[in-house]
Design a protein around this ligand. Sequence first.
Ligand SMILES: [Zn+2]
Length: 321
Amino acid sequence: MNQPVNPARRRLIAAASLTILPATLPAAFARAPLAGSQVISVHRMKLGDFEVTAMLDGFIDIPPAVLQADPDMVKALLAAGGWPAGPMRLPVNTFLVNTGEKLVLLDAGGAKMLGPTAGRLPQCLAAAGIEPGQIDEVYITHMHGDHLHGTVTPEGGRMFPNAILRIAKADMDYWANPAEEARAPDNQKPRFIPAKRAVAAYGERIRPFALGEQLTPGIRSVEAVGHTPGHSCYMVQSGTARLLAIGDTMHVAPVQFPRPEITVAFDWDQSKARATRQSIFDTVAKEGIPIAAVHLPFPGIGRLRRNGDAFVFDPAPWQLF
Ligand SMILES: [Zn+2]
C-alpha cells in the first residue's frame, strides 16, 4: 500500500536526490563490450578435510555411431535427454585433490593434442592459484589421449615438472608396449601416441601400481577394467566423506544413465566395460557415494539414484566455505 507523502516531505526528498544525482545521467550500465571469449571453469568443494577442485579442460565432439546400440534407440535417448541428434559434445573434466599434505591431480585432460576445444587445464590451474610445479602426483585413470596428453607440454616436456605419474600396471603393459602397438590394426596405432609421449617425458617418474592399491593416504585405486585393460577409478576419502573419481566408466549421460548396458566402440572389452559400469553405478547409488566424472557436464560431481534398471544423476549442490 502507498503511503501519501506530504508536500514538504516530497520537496525534501527531491532536494536530497538532486545533491546525489549528477546533472546528466550516465548511459545505461547494461551496455558493455562483448567479451568474445569463454571464461575459465573452475569449481571447488570440500570433502572432509580435503579440497577437490574440478577444472574443465574443454570438450570433444563424437558421433553417436560410437554407441553400441540400435541407432534409432540412441536417437530417441539423446532426444529424451534434450541432446541434438549429433555430434555428441563430451566435456573433459579434471580434478585436483588437495589432501593438506599433497596436491594430487586426477587425469590431465587432452591438451591441444585434441584440437582447439581442449587444453585449458593450465589456465584453470592458474585461475585456482596453483603452479604446475606444485603438483606432487598425477593419477591417470587410463592412457587415452583425453586423459593423458595434458601431462605433456606441446614440446614434449613435463607439464608437471616435479610430479610423479601413477598409472595402473595393466594399462602400462598394454599402451606402453611396442608389441601391442605392432599387433594393433593400422587405424588404431595413433591411440598409442599419448602413452609414448608420457613415457618419453616422465620416464622413471612413472610409477605403475596394482589395481586396488592405496596410492596415498586418502586416495585408493578402485579396479574398473573394461574401457581399457587397466582402467582405474580413484576413491578419495577424508574421514567419512568419500568421492569416487570414475574416469571413463561412462561417457554419454542421456544414453548410459537410462541404459547402462550400452557400451562405446572404444571400450577395449565390451562385456567387461558393461559389467564394470553396472557394478560401479549400483555400488555408488546403494552407498550414496558421490561421483566425479570426466565426461559429465562440468563440474561433473553428483550422486546417482537408481530408478528401476536406470540411473538418475543429481548434481552436487554448490558449497560456500
Ligand atoms: Zn575419456
